[in-house]
Design a binder for this molecule. Structure first.
Ligand code: BGC
Length: 824
């Protein structure tokens, strides 16, 4: 066996974990693909059939997004490669080959533009460094492809590709949300030359699909999101019917972008990126479209299959604080497939106005053979029916009828059962958090309209089963605040007491190697090349190890190859660590040895959630656990679990859903998988309200407490309470005027006092580079323990505030003790 001196291997042979994880990546991707449309059963195709293949995504399939969410793997199987390997007869290789050349030229031109911007920006250096800033604000425009060489025939596949990443929102422009003129022309030519066209959408989120109305030959639409390195194989599995699609949308695709409430105000669209007014209140995504009866293009939970299912509800029962709905799901179609049973509740409209329906639980069947039936139980806590009453500052259940809808999507879910509540119930009494600093008028639906919609539920006796909710044992929970203001008198604090002030500050500010005090984003770690950061080694002798942190969420983000010179691994520069080294201006220095770190690029977060399959989510998490173990990484900087509030958010691909329950359950399941490896942990991020990437360090989320708690914090709450993640990462933005990182309400009152979070809270990278309102000492005061990736200025700031008495020694000890507890 090779002696392991450095991270990874010198041997290029594929390792057993790589082979196993390729298979997991392929299965997870295929299970998450959503068949949006399939007229006349054009799909699946028969084996060996002739197909013409077009579109950027056919040749350069986008495996995942850019920035810290980009995972490097040995190879991405494009749709073209996957289809050829699966035996399809591709009829237009010339077009595909010429596209490849066109694309490579466009990449080189883009590199020049990025560097020209970086050189310009370096004249006025700002927080995150000119190259990274230039890279973030200069998205690569994927070329459309030639109009010549289209040919003619029966079947064609067109793969539309889009990319996005941190630091910039997607653009409501041609080439991003809309088709480029040239793409439109190409599609027109393809649709007039081929009878049956399958459109594959290879994008991190929704794109405008109005054009599909123009081209009746587009018979099928398959949404593959960004499927990771095994993309082409997974696509072929579904095109050939080896896998019947069973993914479901986790966000609504509107008919037109303008149909989204306050769409025109989002991010840069109204010229104000400093403020983000959450005027739609709780009516986010389907909660808006369903309540306000707005038609959509493809709704929440939608996804077709190659087979059909029938769903019969058997009963509903209450067991203490849980409701369980039992259903029989039968495969009534011709081939094997899986179905997702989605359960929605319509809560009574009392003092509080509510959305018409909300997701309260779901479960996926096993692979059902034709005619096979499975009994499925969907259980959910009664708390999932509660709303937050700002006046009382409490989670409450209002009396009345809770209509339970069940089905294979929101649209097809039918009124199936009910639960009646005879009196109002207060579940939990809390203190206010994150108060609004200004008036905010929120969207409210017409009360009569909702009452009319609900009258069917309230007046007619339900045909399905029902029950009277028993709430005798539901005494209102009272939270004791302030319990976490000091450190616990335990063995961790005993270790901290032996450390010097310098050591404590170092433990709370990471190990900084960056001489320019910039804290290189995504590449500040040094023992494991390409890691995002490393904690300090100053207290190793006292038993506190120095550990590495690496990005995700679509795998482990490391550099794939690094050099060792004079017995030392060379820490990759930013140029080397983004875009797989494409931005390097000079050839990389050749060392004495080359080492490799082979990681798997899995499907992006949205695609994992689109499986609606907890066991796949856990299996994915276990695979991540194995890879973080392999590379000795303590904290995986994922899952990303912000709410997909608007399709233009640049990081939506990393996130799971517009629905907090689905986001929370997905994050909890992935966490359980990763943390099944002893000592390895996740970092759920970005806490909270990271809904906008433009100006992400300064944008203020102006939001009501009810909306914050019901929509934007709910998923985090579910993840913390269900799976105790090892860490939470705060977001860059402000919430009602206070930076999330410096926010005591968020970090202490909510995460610790209310949710009993026992791990560590860390900042996002270089958060504290934003002026006097967001400082390292401010973070510690708020209960944010680890300042990442740590800079000399953070160290100095803490020292200065300790001397001034504005940061107490107890506050420093409290955070240090939490770090010691988790690292030991
Ligand atoms: C991102 C984080 C990431 C960190 C480290 C930041 O730019 O917002 O999500 O974990 O960099 O790479």
């Amino acid at each position: 066996m090779q002696m392991k001196e450095f991270s990874g291997t010198k041997d290029l042979t594929e390792r057993s974990y790589e082979i196993a994880h390729k298979q997991i990546a392929r299965e997870a991707a295929a299970e998450g693909f959503v068949l949006l449309k399939n007229e006349a059963h054009v799909l699946p195709f028969s084996e060996n059939c002739e197909i013409a293949l077009f579109g950027a995504g056919a040749v350069k399939t986008v495996k995942g997004g850019t920035g810290s969410g980009n995972v490097y793997s040995r190879h991405t199987v494009s749709v073209w490669e996957g289809m050829e390997k699966a035996g399809f007869q591709i009829t237009n290789r010339n077009w595909l080959e010429s596209y490849e050349r066109l694309y490579e030229d466009a990449r080189m031109k883009w590199k020049e533009i990025v560097w020209a911007r970086a050189d310009e920006l370096s004249k006025k250096p700002r927080g995150i460094g000119p190259l990274f800033e230039a890279y973030m604000i200069t998205p690569f425009d994927i070329p459309a492809g030639e109009l010549s060489g289209i040919g003619a025939g029966d079947k064609a596949v067109f793969v539309l590709a889009r990319n996005a990443g941190e630091g910039a929102d997607r653009r409501l422009e041609k080439g991003d949300y809309y088709l480029l003129d040239q793409e439109h022309e190409l599609l027109k030519a393809v649709c007039s030359s081929y009878k049956k066209v399958v459109l594959i959408i290879n994008a991190g989120g929704a794109v405008d699909l109005e054009f599909t109305e123009e081209f009746p030959n587009i018979k099928s639409i398959l949404y593959i999101s960004q499927p990771g390195q095994e993309a082409g194989h997974a696509v072929s599995d579904v095109l050939l019917g080896k896998v019947s699609p069973s993914g479901k949308l986790t966000a609504t695709w509107p008919l037109r972008y303008e149909d989204i409430p306050f769409a025109e105000e989002y991010s840069y669209l109204n010229g104000d990126t400093d403020h983000d007014y959450y005027r739609q209140g709780i009516f986010v995504g389907y909660r808006y479209f369903d309540t306000f009866e707005k038609p959509v293009r493809y709704g929440f939970g939608h996804g077709l299959s190659y087979t059909n299912f029938s769903i019969k509800i058997k009963d509903i029962i209450q067991n203490n604080d849980t409701l369980s709905l039992t259903a029989l799901v039968q495969n009534t179609g011709p081939v094997a497939g899986k179905e997702v049973l989605q359960v929605y509740a319509s809560c009574p409209q009392g003092r509080l106005q509510k959305e018409y329906r909300r997701l309260t639980g779901f479960a996926k069947t096993k692979l059902l053979q034709p005619s096979e039936t499975e009994e499925i139980i969907v259980s959910f806590p009664i708390r999932a029916l509660a709303s937050f009453d700002e006046k009382m500052c409490a989670w409450i259940l209002e009396k009345g009828r809770y209509g339970i809808f069940a089905g294979g999507s929101l649209e097809t879910a039918t009124y199936s059962a009910f639960a009646d509540l005879q009196e109002d119930v207060v579940l939990e009494l809390l203190r206010h958090i994150c108060p609004l600093g200004e008036e905010l008028e929120e969207l409210t639906p017409d009360a009569d309209c909702i009452r009319k919609k609900r009258s069917v539920l309230e007046e007619e006796p339900s045909k399905g089963p029902g029950l009277l909710l028993a709430v005798d044992g539901f005494a209102a929970k009272q939270v004791v605040y302030g319990r976490y203001d000091g450190a616990d008198e335990d063995e961790n604090l005993a270790i901290v007491k032996k450390l010097s002030r310098e050591q404590k500050i170092k433990l709370c500010t990471g190990d900084f190697t960056d001489k320019n005090d910039q804290g290189a984003i995504g590449a500040a770690g040094w023992t494991i090349p390409g890691t995002a950061a490393q904690t300090s080694s100053c207290a190793v002798e006292e038993g506190v190890p120095s550990v590495a942190l690496a990005d995700g969420p679509a795998g482990i983000r490391l550099v794939m190859e690094y050099q060792v010179i004079d017995g030392k691994p060379i820490v990759p520069t930013l140029e080397e660590s983004i875009e797989g080294g494409l931005l390097l201006r000079e050839e990389k220095k050749k060392g004495d040895e080359t080492w490799y770190q082979f990681c798997t690029a899995f499907p992006v977060g949205t695609l994992i959630a689109q499986t609606w399959n907890r066991s796949i989510m856990k299996q994915f998490g276990r695979a991540i656990g194995e890879e973080v173990d392999e590379f000795n990484i303590r904290f995986w900087l994922a899952p990303g679990m912000n709410i997909q509030r608007n399709p233009l958010c640049g990081r939506n691909f990393e996130y799971y859903s517009e629905d907090p329950l689905l986001a929370g359950i997905t994050a909890a399941s992935v966490t359980e998988g990763v943390q099944s490896r002893p000592g390895r942990g996740v970092t759920i991020k970005h806490f909270a309200c990271n809904s906008q990437e433009n100006n992400r360090m300064h944008v203020d989320a102006v939001i009501s407490e009810r909306t914050l708690r019901e929509i934007y914090l709910k998923g985090f709450e579910i993840a913390v309470k269900t799976s105790q993640p090892m860490a939470i990462m705060t977001s860059y933005n402000l919430i009602n005027g206070i930076h999330a990182a410096n926010n005591y309400d968020l970090c202490t009152k909510l995460a610790r006092d209310e949710w009993d979070f026992g791990g560590i809270i860390m900042t996002d990278w270089t958060t504290t580079n934003q002026g006097p309102d967001c400082t390292a000492a401010g973070c510690l005061r708020a209960g944010n323990d680890l300042i990442m990736p740590g800079r000399q200025s953070d160290h100095d700031n803490i020292n200065m505030e300790l001397d001034a008495g504005t940061l107490s020694p107890e506050e420093l000890d409290r955070s240090t003790a939490r770090i010691v507890k988790v690292l030991r």
